[in-house]
Design a protein around this ligand. Structure first.
Ligand code: NAD
Ligand code: IPM
Ligand code: MN
Length: 357
């Protein structure tokens, strides 16, 4: 197979972890006889520094022409001035919107070898295997927003959580289809006891499930309760579907089931065109440049890239199994080492490569 892959390393630890992802993809290409052509483009804070734009036109054009995109992370204290003209995060939101990537798949899988790395009790987390569908191009992130100065000299600012029937239907359908290949259960998370937009979400969810997925069990859970159930009984969930910001928050919480944000990959997909694959974590300014970031979330994102965008299922599984064997042998980056011996980013990448070979 021939494929064009765009690398968007971004800021902070982004370049460190994407370098490991690229090594893995190159090794897969070599082993399985594929030809991957890589193009690296700027996004986020580094793109603001160089071009004054967190998503330069050239980056977007290269992404549009590609088969798949691997992203590291954007942002950092250098670009955090609240009065700045633009922000690194604007580039990320724009690329998601421009490419129509409305579905963000975030698997939370607890390998038996990571059970003891979780801050939660082993019997609570062992066996957890959840697939989150986070809606990615609507809701609070993209609704009408603004700020104004009040007569009393104070200020008012607002954001709007907004969804249409169509936006809800399409993400619910993807969740329902995924459940068919799993344990046939879908949980929708909302705040329908307070928010009008959640009541629409719930009505559409229930209708699509009843009409189109009679073979799938479904339930509604309020987001505040979900935050609690996720740590109390994570094993009871299969597929979870929710709006943009609820999904953002719940999946960072969920990263503590396998013990680290450095373990969770994600896939952002639309109805056509390239998918975008990235770890769910950010640029980790507190550890950037030290060579200690966990690259496994990004490496697992390359597996999702191969499976979803390139339909290379055997190659994707090979990467996932290689990661699991490295963990089984006890190798840990510092985020998972719990004070014990740890290895660096590149060494972890090399160990996965060795298992892959
Ligand atoms: P973060 O995810 O960058 O870091 C949170 C904590 O997790 C930090 O202590 C960090 O060291 C740790 N961590 C994260 N990834 C790790 C890894 N691979 N290995 C080891 N430890 C890891 O979140 P934050 O500190 O709240 O945000 C920092 C910046 O990243 C902000 O500018 C934010 O906007 C941005 N951000 C970007 C993305 C993205 O590009 N997709 C996602 C989240 C946050
Ligand atoms: C994520 C991040 C982004 C989000 C930020 C950086 C815009 O937290 O990918 O989870 O909120 O979607
Ligand atoms: Mn997030």
């Amino acid at each position: 197979m021939q494929a064009k892959i765009v690398l968007l390393p971004g800021d902070g630890i982004g370049p460190e972890v994407v370098a490991q992802g690229e090594r893995i993809l190159q090794a897969v290409a070599k082993k399985y006889g594929h030809s991957f052509q890589f193009t690296t483009c700027p996004i986020g804070g580094c793109a603001i520094d160089e071009f004054g734009d967190p998503l330069p036109e050239k980056t977007l054009a290269a992404c549009r022409e590609s088969d798949a995109i691997l992203l590291g992370a954007v942002g950092g204290p250098k670009w955090d001035d609240p009065t700045a003209k633009t922000r690194p995060e604007v580039g990320l939101l724009k690329i998601r919107k421009e490419l129509g990537l409305f579905a963000n798949l975030r698997p939370i899988f607890v390998s038996p070898h990571l059970v003891s790395s979780s801050p939660l009790k082993a019997e609570v987390v062992a066996g957890t295997n959840i697939l989150f569908f986070r809606e990615l191009t609507g809701g609070l992130y993209f609704g009408k927003s603004g700020k104004e100065t009040n007569a009393d000299g104070g200020e008012t600012a607002f954001n709007t959580m907004i969804y249409s029937t169509h936006e809800i239907e399409r993400i619910v359908r993807l969740a329902g289809q995924a459940a068919r290949g799993r344990n046939k259960r879908v949980t929708s998370v909302d705040k329908a006891n307070v928010l009008e937009v959640s009541r629409l979400w719930r009505r559409v969810f229930e209708r699509v499930m009843k009409e189109e997925f009679p073979d799938i069990q479904f339930e509604n859970v309020l987001v505040d309760a979900m935050a609690m159930y996720l740590v109390a009984r994570p094993k009871s969930f299969d597929v979870v579907v929710t709006e943009n910001m609820f999904g953002d928050i719940l999946t960072d919480e969920g990263s503590q089931l396998p013990g680290s944000l450095g373990m969770l990959p994600s896939a952002s997909i639309g109805s056509s065109g390239p998918g975008l694959y990235e770890p769910i974590h950010g640029s980790a300014p507190d550890i950037a440049g030290r060579g200690i970031a966990n690259p496994l979330a990004t490496i697992l994102a390359t597996a999702m890239l191969l499976r979803h965008s390139l339909k290379l299922d055997a190659e994707a599984t090979a990467i996932e199994q290689a990661v699991d064997r490295v963990l089984a042998k006890g190798h840990r980056t510092s985020d998972l080492a719990m004070g014990g011996p740890s290895i660096g980013t590149t060494e972890m990448g090399s160990l996965v490569l060795a298992e892959l070979a």
